[in-house]
Design a binder for this molecule. Structure first.
Ligand code: HEM
Length: 361
């Protein structure tokens, strides 16, 4: 067939020469039969391609959220939500791909497993870079330095750079802090003083009161937790980025937490629908990542029992600890502990209600 110069060809466009000639089983090199090694290679390559796509999406989301004046009722926020949902869909596929991996039996794996050492998914720098871009800090990682122990210097550099950039979680915090639902600046710090109504913030003092009344006896400690999360302890957390970055500290400031809780409570209002979807998709990302970790861990247990991994870790134990620790958006999930029944929600002042509607008056 005649091909016009410059005409795009399927094979060339997709660089299939490179992709389809990038599978070199170690067992072939050693001339030892191991049929399933091809599957093992292809599936890992497919994962890495999807990781690449996830980076493409997350980078674009970060770029939008980093704008100082993102309009919450704009097409840009719609784009953020749309792309986050795409990330969720990709992650679902990644979870399901484990089904294919599990068609390989432990004996099939043993045919080539020892030929791989010390290669392991543990060296997937794209995976670790993605965690960092989303918001997982070095201090929060299981085993701290251990996670980079098997990586090449240039790949450690990639991850360290991502850790220094503003993460999606940090940008979320700034975006939430900017949410202009109602004038908070005056007396929100007084929302503990329900009895002193004149000085109290009308909304938050009522909310705290209703929350306190909703607690069972065994849950009374939650009120202190409520104050910690939503009230600034000493004013530091309002602006304390440094404090936030030091590890187990909260990543979301009290004002960001108040905005997030407000979005969850009043998500039925038109202006809050997209913000709610955004928060929800972040929770979904955590859930899918966690599902992947657990499915991967169970597959590992089934495949190698309690033996150490090819990457030298304690295998299943390492993966379990990382799975328990590496929730990135856990602070948003925690906010669900502070919801109250819909019928007890404080009524919103008329101007606020108006602002949350479609039509600005
Ligand atoms: C037979 C299949 C597999 C086995 C037995 C297995 C085993 C393991 C083990 C034992 C570890 C812990 C580190 C180590 O000591 O090696 C690990 C980590 C990891 N594996 Fe796999 N794996 C398999 C398939 C996959 C696949 C298909 C992927 C897809 C990319 C993958 C991605 C990862 C990642 C990203 C880590 C690091 C997790 C973290 O640090 O939290 N693994 N794997």
């Amino acid at each position: 067939m005649f091909v016009m110069p410059g005409e795009v060809n399927y094979h060339d466009y997709l660089q299939l020469d490179k992709i389809l000639n990038a599978q070199f089983p170690e067992s072939d090199k050693l001339q030892l039969a191991a049929h399933d090694e091809m599957l093992f290679i292809v599936i890992h390559q497919a994962y890495e391609l999807w990781f690449k796509q996830l980076h493409h999406e997350v980078d674009s989301i970060v770029k939008i959220l980093a704008k100082p004046s993102l309009n919450d009722n704009s097409p840009e926020l719609q784009t953020v939500v749309h792309r986050l949902n795409r990330c969720v869909t990709i992650l679902r596929v990644l979870v399901n791909q484990i089904d294919i991996m599990e068609t390989m039996t432990p004996m099939d794996f043993l045919d080539f497993r020892d030929m791989l050492r010390p290669a392991s998914g543990f060296q997937s720098w794209q995976f670790k870079e993605l965690e960092a871009k989303l918001g997982l800090k070095f201090e929060q990682r299981h085993g701290k330095e251990y996670y980079i122990s098997q990586l090449r210097t240039e790949h450690i550099g990639v991850i360290k750079r991502a850790e220094k950039e503003k993460s999606l979680l940090q940008l979320l915090n700034s975006w939430l802090e900017r949410m202009p639902f109602f004038d908070e600046k005056d007396n929100w710090k007084n929302f503990a003083s329900h009895d002193n109504r004149e000085n109290a913030h009308p909304f938050w003092s009522e909310y705290r009161y209703q929350y306190e009344n909703s607690l069972a006896e065994a849950e009374k400690n939650n009120l202190q937790f409520f104050d910690d999360i939503f009230l600034s302890d000493n004013g530091q957390r309002e602006t304390g980025n440094e404090k936030r970055e030091t590890g187990n500290e909260q990543s979301l400031s009290p004002s960001a937490n108040r905005a997030a809780l407000f979005i969850m409570l009043y998500r039925g209002y038109p202006m809050l629908q997209l913000p709610f979807q955004l928060l929800n998709s972040l929770l979904e990302i955590d859930e899918q990542l966690s599902s992947w970790r657990y499915r991967h861990m169970n597959m590992v247990h089934r495949m190698i029992g309690t033996r150490i991994g090819t990457g030298g870790s304690s295998g299943k134990d390492y993966l379990k600890a990382a799975a328990d620790k590496h929730y990135i958006f856990r602070e948003i999930a925690q906010l669900n502990s502070f919801l109250i029944e819909r019928r007890k929600l404080p009524a919103l002042p008329a101007p606020v209600e108006k602002r949350l509607g479609f039509v600005a008056g």
